[in-house]
Design a binder for this molecule. Structure first.
Ligand code: UDP
Ligand code: MG
Length: 191
């Protein structure tokens, strides 16, 4: 099950000097870096990169709604709506501002079940819910209520593809064929 997946170190990860730390974790887990670059995207590119289907908007909105539920916060009062799709659309706009606010690191990682492995390594979307040991859990403390009050997206250091389909789209979106490299890690010679 050798897969390729796409990872982005978001502007907060770059600005906090965590590029090396994040890459180190993937490298030492045995994931092979097959593409890597720094880039500053604009809002239009970010908009094309992130999904725009109702299912995704709802899933994003529901992350805020379940946090609000746990905290006893009234979504309608706070955000003007309690419709997950509408909240998801609002959050996407904040997300576009966030990921275009500074340079990011774009990379493609290859390895056994890489898509799930990397998702497990980054941890839950909402940093205060991300387990210690995960990248988001170890390096960030943001939450939905805090971010939404500031009308901004949750800052959580990294992005990673969440499915085979998204991985293919995301890799193709940011990397040309000749920017991806085939080589063996040293331990592969021993197999
Ligand atoms: N996001 C947010 N508030 C939310 C849900 C998501 O600000 O309630 C932001 C956050 O930066 C997240 C990104 O939108 O990383 C994409 O959301 P998704 O549900 O795809 O989470 P991920 O796949 O990054 O864990
Ligand atoms: Mg996602």
């Amino acid at each position: 099950m050798i897969e390729r997946t796409f990872v982005m170190i978001k502007p907060d990860g770059v600005k906090r000097g965590l590029i090396g730390e994040v890459i180190k974790r993937f490298e030492q887990a045995g994931l092979k870096i097959v593409g890597l670059k720094m880039y500053r995207m604009d809002k239009e590119e970010a908009d094309e990169f992130y999904p725009a289907d109702d299912e995704w908007f709802e899933s994003v909105g529901n992350k805020t709604l379940s946090s609000y539920n746990e905290l006893g916060i009234d979504a309608k009062k706070e955000l003007g709506t309690d419709n997950p799709k509408e909240i998801g659309k609002m959050i996407k706009q904040w997300l576009l501002d966030y990921v275009s606010s500074g340079p990011v690191i774009l990379m493609v990682l290859e390895g056994n079940h890489a898509i799930k492995k990397v998702r497990d390594m980054i941890g839950s979307t909402i940093p205060i819910k991300a387990q210690p040991g995960t990248i988001r859990g170890d390096f960030s403390v943001d939450s939905a209520d805090w971010a939404n009050i500031g009308k901004r997206a949750i800052m959580n250091i990294v992005h990673a593809s969440d499915s085979q389909e998204r991985a293919e789209y995301e890799i193709k979106f940011w990397f040309k064929e000749n920017e991806l490299y085939n080589y063996k890690r040293l331990e592969e010679y021993l197999l």
